[in-house]
Write a protein of this length. Structure first.
Lengths: 373, 399
């Protein structure tokens, strides 16, 4: 038994010694202040990364020096940001980060994805933990000002949508005339629904519920003909229904929820790079340039704007502080907007959302890129 | 030569299952009714569960994502480093089982577990190979431990103490470049059970000494130390762990000078350590109070200094007394680590939620959460079982 005591004593002494070692304080005295220091030393021993959060051109320089882009993403929204079974991130927000990395490094893999929660995302951006936030974040005035960020551009026009069972045959809001719609009470969702239906002149019965869970539970029990909330929310809610494939999200949008990436205030060069990465994705689709044909187009294109964009003519890339083949790399390595959209939210995916407003302006959508000149 | 007929022992009633059942289950008519009713309820409850487990549940989501749930995004080509330290731990466990364990049957059964796992569950070839290696090293450790248990005691304890730095070093890596020996694996790639395990082990290993010091500090006669300890303990105990985690992830970055960031995993480790230390301090203080005054006086009479008295006389007795409480605390730390999912770390639970967002496995919440719960239960029960063994070994609760 004595042996055992001494064994325990040795263990305790060893841990004390270990704790004392950390501080490099020689006195092994029982001093609680020493302990506090131990912990702090533990923190600083992690080789902190030096990031300069503000100032023109600083972010790009930091990212270049570090050798990778740190991108704050969501890890739990199907289609927008999640981890695939192979351990790599996927989703439309994630692909945007890859496009940005492709523009900077000519290598779409040089991204470190940092899952951030809704609560900490703005802090993480402000403190320089992440270079850019691409996490289904809605653009609003307060976030653009007080929270110290600039929204780059909308990459996904989310909005209130409507989900119905596929076999109901409902295709438009008018088809819902006389039907029952499940909706959460006390939200803007409920008011939007009333406004939209009133302006369409469609009569319906709202079935209101206190919270989202009971709203969708009622819908899955068949107590209403349709259910409404934000489209990205419908996608993830659909995932928990018994048979997700038996439900369909209608091609209507009843409110404004513009989602897009966000950068810190104070570095306009970084803002420009982030924004023109989005425009490159849009223009790629507009000009019909895909990752498959971009090499061909770069070699043979005659249209001046395409030649400027792909770096055959002019020096647009250099003006952004990048190389001239930045846009080529985005499309070659990640794809144009259509490719990215279809990969994550397209008709062949379980997370299908009709494009709606997320179509090019030429197709009646809102995607519109300023000219490349 | 006259052979003596051996006297047979009376027939054991328990050896005959029918007889046993008759006596205990169908002793009287109401016993019989209760037995049948109980059996029917058990069948009704179990059949639903078993039907779900074997026919309805789609375990493919677990099989496909086994790697994510176990080690997160840790690069596969570096995974051997994790297996190596796991083998080290199994080796030490084999040693310890031989030195302190009770029967050899238990030890062998326990050490054969990896091989059983390897062939019962659909692992890939690489994990299977390593699971077999684990059993081999475990048995080797057990064999070596049996040869000279008394001599090895100290080196095994030393092995356990230095295993944590080795684990961290192997997991984290040495060289900055990607081609060098043991390339650096950034903590953002740590995930799944690996992250849960590391958070737990670091939380326990560091909170233990800090907790002991705080407990001693609270009983100190020096006012500043006492007040500091009391203030720390009461402050930290008065705040939920989740708010400390939020403070660490939201406030700390704002207090640090511009451009300084602290690794998020380390922030979580510090938060868990600081939180757990406050609780441990009070547990240890409870143990200290149980030591009679005579022990101090006897130590003083022997001419031991204050520190010697503490280290050699009081603490060993006090800590031995509070083993059940300590283990309860460690199990709590283990389960509390799942709160880091809320600050964006992909521990076992966080990774489970991420897996649920994979489009091909939408709506399989039950499978994933059942699997995660099972892992938590097995490991928590394992800790509890080990502590019972330790208690029995140290004779706690017998005197």
């Amino acid at each position: 038994m004595r042996k055992m005591f001494s064994a325990v004593a040795i263990l305790v002494m060893a841990s004390l010694a270990l704790a004392a070692c950390g501080t490099a304080v020689p006195a092994p005295s029982v001093d609680t202040v020493t302990v506090k220091e131990t912990v702090v030393v533990e923190v600083t021993s992690s080789a902190p990364v030096v990031v300069a959060p503000t100032g023109y051109g600083v972010t790009l320089k930091t990212v270049m020096e570090r050798g990778n882009l740190v991108c704050g993403v969501n890890s739990q929204v199907p289609g927008f940001g999640y981890v695939g079974a192979d351990g790599s991130f996927a989703g439309i927000d994630v692909d945007y980060c890859r496009a940005l990395a492709a523009a900077i490094f000519g290598d779409a893999t040089k991204v470190e994805f940092r899952p951030v929660t809704a609560a900490e995302r703005f802090t993480a951006l402000q403190s320089g933990e992440i270079d850019i936030l691409s996490r289904n974040t809605t653009w609003s005035l307060v976030r653009d000002t007080e929270l110290g960020g600039n929204f780059v551009h909308t990459t996904f026009y989310d909005g209130q949508g409507m989900m119905v069972p596929k076999d109901s045959g409902i295709k438009t809001l008018q088809d819902l005339a006389g039907g029952t719609i499940c909706v959460q009470t006390g939200t803007t969702t409920e008011l939007n629904l009333a406004d939209v239906m009133a302006s369409l002149g469609v009569a319906y019965t709202p079935a209101v519920f206190e919270d989202a869970d009971s709203t969708f539970a009622a819908y899955s029990e068949g107590r209403c003909d349709a259910v409404t909330t934000d489209k990205s929310g419908l996608v993830s809610r659909r995932s928990v229904l018994t048979d997700p494939s038996a439900h369909e999200i209608l091609d209507v949008t009843m409110s404004k929820e513009p989602l897009g990436p966000m950068v810190r205030h104070g570095d306009d060069q970084w803002f420009d790079i982030a924004q023109w990465t989005v425009f490159t994705m849009f223009s790629g689709e507009e000009f019909g340039i895909t990752s498959a044909n971009v090499d061909d187009i770069r070699a043979n294109a005659t249209a001046p704007e395409v030649r400027r964009m792909l770096g055959v003519e002019g020096d647009l890339g250099l003006k952004l502080g990048l190389t001239n083949d930045w846009a080529y790399n985005i499309i070659k390595l990640v794809g144009n907007y259509e490719e990215i959209y279809n990969r994550n939210l397209g008709p062949d995916t379980p997370t299908y959302i009709p494009r709606g407003y997320n179509s090019l302006y030429t197709d009646g959508g809102l995607l519109y890129s300023p000219p490349f000149r | 030569m006259a052979s003596v007929e051996p006297v047979l022992p009376p027939m054991s009633e328990r050896s005959n299952i029918l007889r046993w059942a008759r006596k205990n289950l169908f002793g009287s008519w109401y016993d019989a009714i209760l037995t049948i009713l109980g059996a029917w309820i058990a069948y009704w409850a179990l059949s639903g569960l078993l039907t779900w487990v074997f026919t309805v549940a789609e375990w493919k989501v677990i099989v496909v994502n086994m790697r994510l749930l176990m080690i997160g995004q840790y690069p596969l080509e570096q995974a051997w480093r994790l297996w190596v330290w796991l083998a080290l731990l199994v080796f030490l466990s084999g040693n310890s089982l031989a030195i302190w364990g009770r029967g050899s049957r238990y030890a062998i059964a326990l050490l054969l577990l990896p091989v059983v796992l390897a062939f019962v569950f659909p692992f890939g070839d690489e994990p299977r190979k390593w699971l077999v290696i684990l059993t081999v090293t475990g048995l080797a450790g057990w064999g070596i431990g049996r040869t000279s248990p008394e001599v090895l005691k100290r080196s095994v304890i030393a092995g356990w103490v230095i295993s944590l730095p080795i684990i961290i070093l192997l997991t984290r890596g040495l060289s900055e470049s990607e081609t060098g020996f043991l390339p650096d694996v950034r903590t953002n790639l740590w995930g799944g059970l690996l992250l849960t395990f590391l958070l737990t082990v670091v939380g326990i290993m560091f909170s233990f000494p800090i907790g002991v010091l705080l407990a001693l500090g609270r009983r100190s006669e020096l006012p500043i130390i006492r007040w500091f300890s009391v203030g720390y303990i009461e402050l930290v105990r008065g705040v939920p762990l989740i708010s400390i985690l939020f403070m660490m992830s939201l406030m700390l970055p704002l207090f640090l000078p511009d451009g300084w960031t602290v690794d998020r995993v380390i922030r979580a480790m510090v938060a868990i350590t600081l939180f757990s230390a406050a609780y441990l301090a009070e547990n240890v203080r409870g143990g200290l109070q149980a030591i009679p005054k005579g022990q101090y006086e006897a130590a003083e009479a022997l001419g031991l200094s204050g520190a010697q008295t503490m280290i050699f006389i009081i603490l060993p007795q006090a800590l031995r007394l509070i083993i059940p409480i300590l283990v309860g605390q460690f199990i709590a730390v283990f389960k509390d680590t799942s709160l880091v999912a809320i600050v964006g770390l992909l521990d076992l639970l966080g990774m489970g939620k991420t897996v649920l967002a994979q489009p091909e496995f939408l709506g399989l919440q039950r499978e994933v959460y059942v699997f995660i719960s099972l892992i938590f239960w097995v490991l928590s029960y394992g800790m509890s079982y080990l502590s019972q063994q330790l208690e029995a070994r140290l004779g706690v609760g017998i005197r």
